[in-house]
Design a protein around this ligand. Structure first.
Ligand SMILES: [Fe+2]
Length: 317
């Protein structure tokens, strides 16, 4: 395309605005994102623990290509399935990330402290195993769901059960180069979302990794959720919301948590982003000012600012 639509995404978060509406609806922007972000980007393949058994492998699709990862002695080796060409692979604290481009810039050097934070918040990560997946298809641009997932400004209104499940006052956001860390304390074991044993409860964390991956534990026994937000078209997106538990068969508490995510939380967010997408077509709206709290409380949209800056950088590259 000739030129990107004008924007007011400033260098600093304070005083900055969101990406303007055309970035969320224009098919030409979508095509550019496919080429510049997803075609050469990184995607989540699975947990390193899934490769412990001899002969085991992980498979995923990224940039329209299928990639397989296996252990080769002490090394991880990734291969493009169709062409047999090598692909790139990075282990981020137990998360296996792959890129179809063997020469992709390694992720690890840009992720200051992410593997350590993951280790701290999910200390038994290497014992976790895949247990459940929730897939949702919805009518919104993929960035609307990422925006929604990297701020909690909407939480008290959109997710009434969070009042109790999480201690929102303890929520803190730290924005880094291409990732962000959102952490806080668990709420009450007898909340309205799902019950959990108070003495064994993990707190919650949500790590965002550019461009479209979120992961972290929710309150309860040691666990990890992985949220992949996959573009299907300018205004169509699929998300996979995966649960990793200590056992492939969830405990009654974990099953209740999965049911809450499946029947309550994901439908709430999907309805919200579809309504935002409809609003993006309104002639009265183009962009909006970001709410920035320097202390990084749940009200702050500092992570949105970083995400939108990276989108512009990638589109201009
Ligand atoms: Fe939400």
């Amino acid at each position: 395309m000739a030129a990107l639509p004008s924007h007011r995404v400033g260098a600093e978060a304070a005083g900055s605005y969101t990406l303007p509406a055309p970035y969320y609806v224009d098919p030409a922007i979508y095509e550019l994102e496919q080429a510049r972000i997803f075609g050469r980007g990184w995607a989540f393949a699975g947990l390193l623990s899934a490769l412990a058994a001899p002969g085991s492998s992980l498979h995923c699709r990224v940039g329209g290509r299928s990639i397989t990862v296996a252990r080769d002695g002490g090394e991880l080796r990734a291969t493009n399935i169709e062409s047999g060409a090598p692909a790139a692979v990075n282990d981020i604290g137990g998360l296996v990330m792959v890129s179809p481009d063997a020469d992709a810039t390694a992720l690890t050097p840009r992720l200051d402290g992410l593997a350590e934070a993951l280790r701290r918040w999910v200390p038994d990560l290497e014992r976790l195993t895949f247990a459940a997946r929730i897939t949702s298809d919805f009518r919104a641009n993929w960035k609307v769901m990422v925006d929604n997932s990297i701020e909690c400004y909407h939480c008290p209104v959109a997710h009434p059960d969070f009042d109790g499940l999480l201690d929102l006052d303890s929520y803190r956001i730290t924005v880094h180069d291409i990732h962000a860390v959102h952490v806080g304390r668990a709420g009450r074991p007898d909340n309205t979302a799902y019950g959990f044993a108070g003495d064994a409860a993990y707190d919650f964390a949500s790590f965002w990794l550019w461009p479209n991956l979120l992961f972290g534990p929710f309150p309860g026994r040691c666990n990890l959720t992985v949220h992949q937000i996959l573009p299907l078209g300018p205004e169509r997106t699929r998300e996979h919301f995966d649960f990793y538990f200590l056992d492939a068969t969830p405990s009654p508490e974990e099953a209740a948590a999965v049911a809450y995510f499946r029947d309550v939380l994901r439908p709430q967010d999907v309805a919200l982003v579809e309504s935002v997408q409809r609003g993006l077509h309104s002639l009265a709206y183009r962009d909006g000012p970001l709410v920035i709290d320097p202390a990084g409380s749940y009200l702050s949209e500092s992570n949105l600012h970083r995400f939108h800056r990276l989108i512009l950088e990638a589109l201009l590259a």
